[in-house]
Design a protein around this ligand. Sequence first.
Ligand SMILES: Cc1ncc(C[n+]2csc(CCOP(=O)(O)OP(=O)(O)O)c2C)c(N)n1
Length: 407
Amino acid sequence: MATGGSRQGSLPACRSFSFCAKIDTRRALHSARRGVVLSGDNFSPVSRSVGKHPTGRQNKGGTIVRAEAPVKKALPKSLTPQRLVELYRKMLLIRHFEEQCSPAYRQGKMGGYMHVYIGQEAVATGFIAHMRDDDYMICSYRDHGHALARGTDPRPVMAELFGRYTGVSKGKGGSMHLVDVQRGFLGGYGIVGGMVPLAVGVGYGIRYRGTDQVCLCFFGDGAMNIGPVHEALNMAAVYKVPVVFICENNRYAMATPIEFASAVPNLAERARQYGMPTKQIGGMDLLEVYQEAEEIIHHVRHTPEPFFVEVLTYRFEGHGIADNPTNQALYRTKEEVEYWRQRDPIVSTARFLIENGIASESELLEWDSIAKQQALEAVAFADASPEPPLEELYRDVYTDMEVQEWR
Ligand SMILES: Cc1ncc(C[n+]2csc(CCOP(=O)(O)OP(=O)(O)O)c2C)c(N)n1
């Protein structure tokens, strides 16, 4: 892999940070030249208040306490430079894919609703990197990143968003119901917390068969106020199922800051009461997520027992496609969003690659344009794909399962 060879001439006249906000690779290169520090200190408080809750609580944005040491900046032992590049390119693909989603939705190409994962890419990428081919995963409606991180082809993913027959769920699921059973991706789910009891069932199945597979279960902080999630966590610990519960705490459930909805906003602390190991980790730095995920998944695979990990992250966009900037201003400030944008996982990984001589500026730009091209191809594929035929309407509604012997 080439190192150092910069391609100054190909960079835009990128004078202001905001100009570069959407073009992450360029933003990273720009900030690298300016010497801006974009990582470390992930979770220091954001010291302002936005809204006031009827209970009198204020959204101070800063009550989350980091339990762990700040970002590690060395390459984890098990992570080769080549593998890091692969993961970086995965994050780029997720980002570019989702940047194509909002305009497509606004052009009326997608039905239903749509939530993007922009800002949280390091979480899915860092955890899924440790999945074996025969492992399982399941997640919420913010599922595009998880599918792409698992290696699902972006074209059928986009086609699913467009409601086309070539989509991963034959166009019948849409954005919130991606699935790729061949890769052990058991689906995105629109019911908040709904995937958690299902993951316990999957974990129980693994225990029953006696294999050393694991199931990764991704859900948001809002799910921690859903009753069945707590029943499921309790059962998981009682039955010692090999499930990693990954709570992606992006601080908001729609427009509700976590402090308004959770009496104990430290969710790892809450989950600790279920008698399983828990940990709170940073979710904006790919290297940190990767390293922590490796240890956690290894533990669950070999112990086996469940593990609850709260990953502190942030979504840069609104809750969903209808959550516009005017609405967002009611519950969070531009400064808060900018604070987290400064910790953009794509930007900090790009800087790591450059500063450690793993990639050159021209390589970063090339990978960026390849990822964008893949996203555009996915849109073109979806556009050109047929709609499901009418007779598909009732197919797959109930399974045509043959009764087989168990085990
Ligand atoms: C059981 C249930 N209650 C309410 C809703 C409406 N709803 C959709 S998303 C959402 C917020 C969930 O927030 P969180 O779990 O933190 O996930 P995030 O959107 O932050 O990823 C709510 C309340 C729902 N889909 N399901």
